[in-house]
Design a binder for this molecule. Structure first.
Ligand code: SF4
Ligand code: SF4
Length: 353
């Protein structure tokens, strides 16, 4: 008797699963049934990246990665996990695509180098010729039911597309048009974000609800700053001046006030910790502009909404825009009080103290 997981329960699980039990642990039995009934195959290709996103998903703790790729995701090709190599696996990947036109999902990890016809990123050989990542993304992407970008590089360009960008790396959306794309960003992304996104596709045969940047809202609708353990310091204007000190990390470069993800409750590495709680700053690795900012400096401007940045000087105009966009009142309040926005110069800071 098939078990039905309602979409409401699914979303509740995605939002609520945290700490020690990974999302894949909850979802495995449901997805196994759906996959047995003919769930879509998944192909995973890798280009201009550090492989960190794959490493992140390999860290899925429960169930272990073997169960995830055999029972949770019908993963038919992954460059690091394939037992074979060379022509054999490349041909198999293309065969799966040809046998499942507009039915399989393509996971893309890494930005796409397009300079000189993509020659700077060769992922194999086909028909006696080099197969560039660019060509694979174009050919497989256009045949897919949808593309799931795993990591900030394939979603938005990330590190490879940051100037001077000599190989002219681009995000996947600039390469393949007219195919639904989901962005699961992060540097790297949390494994639950990808497992949950693929699970949604398999269970309900459609893409999850997305935000303005193509990110699944079930994982990316929260602002880090709202649930940060150091938030009380921020509210009381107590700022750490050095790493290791108590206090809000804003002056040390924390980008939590505009970063979207659920790390504060989901936690990383099997429920061990998350970025700020571990003593670092949030670097906003899930945002489209990442990493085009100084990691350990307070930003002179705050990107508060798509296409909108705020400084204290501009705040009047921005607040009107925020109201239209329904941005939270606390954020506007924090900008007005000057806690978020340009770093005060040293004289002002000393005068405040
Ligand atoms: S600025 Fe960073 S450290 Fe401070 S409360 Fe917000 S998220 Fe936490
Ligand atoms: S808390 Fe910040 S740095 Fe950590 S994963 Fe989320 S967006 Fe990235």
């Amino acid at each position: 008797m098939p078990t039905k997981l309602s979409r409401r329960d699914f979303l509740r699980l995605c939002a609520g699963s945290a700490a020690a039990i990974s999302l894949s642990g909850y979802l495995a039995p449901f997805i196994k049934e759906a996959a047995a009934a003919g769930g879509p195959p998944v192909l995973w290709i890798q280009g201009g990246s550090c492989t960190g996103c794959s490493i992140s998903i390999l860290n899925t703790v429960h169930p272990d990665i073997e169960k995830v790729i055999t029972e949770v995701i019908s993963l038919r090709y992954h460059p690091n996990l394939a037992a074979g190599a060379g022509n054999l696996v490349i041909e198999e990947m293309y065969k799966v695509a040809a046998e499942n036109p507009k039915k399989f999902f393509l996971v893309v990890e890494g930005a796409v180098p397009v300079a000189d016809d993509g020659v700077y990123c060769i992922i194999g050989e086909r028909n006696g010729h080099h197969l560039t990542f660019l060509k694979a993304v174009q050919e497989l992407g256009s045949q897919a039911a949808g593309i799931l970008n795993f990591g900030t590089c394939s979603a938005f360009g990330g590190f490879p597309a940051t100037p001077p960008n000599p190989t002219d790396c681009k995000p996947v959306k600039d390469i393949v048009k007219n195919v639904p794309i989901v962005n699961v960003p992060g540097c790297p992304p949390h494994p639950d974000w990808m497992v949950g996104t693929i699970a949604h596709v398999i269970l309900y045969n459609e893409l999850p609800e997305l935000d303005a940047f193509g990110r699944p809202t079930m994982f990316f609708d929260k602002i880090i700053h709202d649930n940060c353990q150091r938030r009380q310091y921020f509210d009381n204007a107590i700022f750490a001046k050095n790493f290791g000190e108590p206090g809000c990390m804003l002056e040390l470069g924390c980008k939590g006030p505009f970063a979207h993800c659920d790390s504060t409750t989901r936690l990383w590495n099997g429920g061990t910790n998350w970025c700020v709680k571990a003593g670092g700053v949030c670097i906003a690795c899930t945002e489209p502009q990442f990493p085009a900012w100084p990691i350990y400096e307070r930003l002179p401007e705050l990107p508060v909404a798509p296409g909108i940045t705020a400084t204290v000087d501009q705040i009047g105009g921005v607040l009107a825009g925020l109201a239209v966009l329904g941005i939270g009142g606390h954020l506007a309040g924090n900008i007005m009080t000057g806690r978020i926005g340009p770093k005060k110069n040293q004289d002002e800071k000393e005068g405040d103290e």
